[in-house]
Design a binder for this molecule. Structure first.
Ligand code: FE
Length: 132
């Protein structure tokens, strides 16, 4: 699969300032401010950068953290992770495999069956409603 690639200037044209800060600069939206924190509609959350399918509403859970949280990605081929040692913490950053945009982080304190908690910025996602 060919990857989705844009220059920095093209990203700036495509995204809002807030989206650019999170997706391309690995920023983090403030907790409890994102539009998908308490969102429960069935469907698929796609990448706000490239439209790739990332998370299903079926794996979304209420983590209480203030960010949309999922216990798994829709498919392991859709996301990749890398070590993030910023801010004096060792965390695992989650990025969209198709366009390398920053999504959030993944932690090992999630619910069954995976035990994972994908802590994702709302602004990195767009919800695609399930077809009736
Ligand atoms: Fe993407």
């Amino acid at each position: 699969m060919s990857k989705f690639k844009l220059t920095d200037n093209e990203w700036k044209e495509k995204l809002t300032t807030e989206e650019f800060e999170v997706l391309r600069n690995s920023g983090t939206e403030r907790p409890f401010t994102g539009k998908y924190v308490d969102h429960k509609d069935p469907g698929t959350y796609i990448c706000a950068g490239c439209g790739s399918d990332l998370f299903s509403s079926e794996s979304k859970f209420n983590s209480g953290t203030g960010w949309p949280s999922f216990f798994k990605a829709i498919n392991q081929n859709k996301v990749s992770s890398k070590t993030d040692s910023s801010y004096g913490m060792i965390r695992t950053e989650v990025i969209c495999k198709n366009c390398d945009s920053h999504l959030g982080h993944v932690f090992n304190d999630g619910p069954k069956p995976t035990g994972l908690r994908y802590c994702i910025n709302s602004i990195s996602l767009k919800h695609k409603p399930k077809k009736k």
